[in-house]
Design a protein. Structure first.
Length: 242
């Protein structure tokens, strides 16, 4: 059974996951004409090792792939598609983390951390939609993904956006959705039903970052006991007019 990461589960596990291994999310923002990856929690925008970006994929309005380069900078990664994309997806493998008895987190598997009391590997994904009417491609590269069931750019602020949350291609029930991860990262907006469906109110005229996360037990692995997944869906809530 999958367990979603919520404020309640955090307290139950003694804040075991309240660290950068799982608490931080991933999304993209357009800054100064560039598509920048953001690794943070709410308003935080933290430096990270660009080598942890494990993949990036860009698509045109018809869902066909556009070549994209990952520019690995000293403190983050920049995504450089060959032409302006309608859709962008990116993945980050945050590696294995183990917690010591004194509550310190080390970016290694438990086989290399004597006396580790917890261990997990975290993966973070983001799906950005830039152009209205864009056709979604297959999203199987994103192990956890929020799939919009309507064009998010056409919904409008204050109105509900229907989504399906999928883990490994299958609908995931009981997932808490954060409707405005950048401004209110601990405020739950909706929860998926038995078919993985939910409706999330579009919060902003500007950038919307809808997020979800879950933790999955892992058996018979010497380095980790769980895998943590974070995913975001980003889009602009209302068209910009000069």
């Amino acid at each position: 059974m999958h367990r979603t990461l919520t404020a309640v589960s955090l307290s139950l596990f003694g804040l075991i996951f309240a660290n950068e291994a799982i608490a931080h999310g991933l999304w993209t923002e357009q800054r100064r004409g560039n598509i920048e990856t953001v690794y943070g929690h709410g308003a935080e925008d933290n430096a990270f090792k660009a080598s942890k970006i494990s993949g990036a994929w860009a698509y045109n309005t018809k869902g066909k792939m556009i070549p994209v380069t990952v520019e690995r900078l000293s403190d983050h990664a920049r995504l450089v598609p060959l032409s302006p994309p309608a859709i962008m997806a990116v993945a980050l493998d945050n590696g294995m983390w183990s917690q010591t008895a004194d509550k310190q987190w080390i970016n290694q598997g438990r086989s290399k951390v004597p006396g580790a009391i917890a261990s997990l590997q975290t993966f973070k994904y983001s799906l950005a939609i830039y152009q209205e009417g864009a056709k979604l491609p297959a999203l199987d590269r994103l192990k956890l993904v929020i799939v919009p069931q309507a064009d998010p750019l056409g919904v409008g602020p204050g109105k509900p956006l229907p989504v399906i949350v999928k883990l490994n291609g299958k609908p995931l029930a009981g997932v808490k959705l954060i409707g405005d991860y950048r401004s209110a990262p601990d405020e739950i907006s909706a929860e998926t039903d038995a078919q993985g469906r939910a409706q999330v109110i579009v919060r902003n005229q500007g950038l919307n970052v809808i997020a979800a996360q879950t933790v999955v037990p892992v058996a018979n692995n010497p380095d980790i006991s769980e895998q943590g997944f974070f995913t975001s869906l980003t889009f602009v809530g209302a068209p910009h007019h000069e």
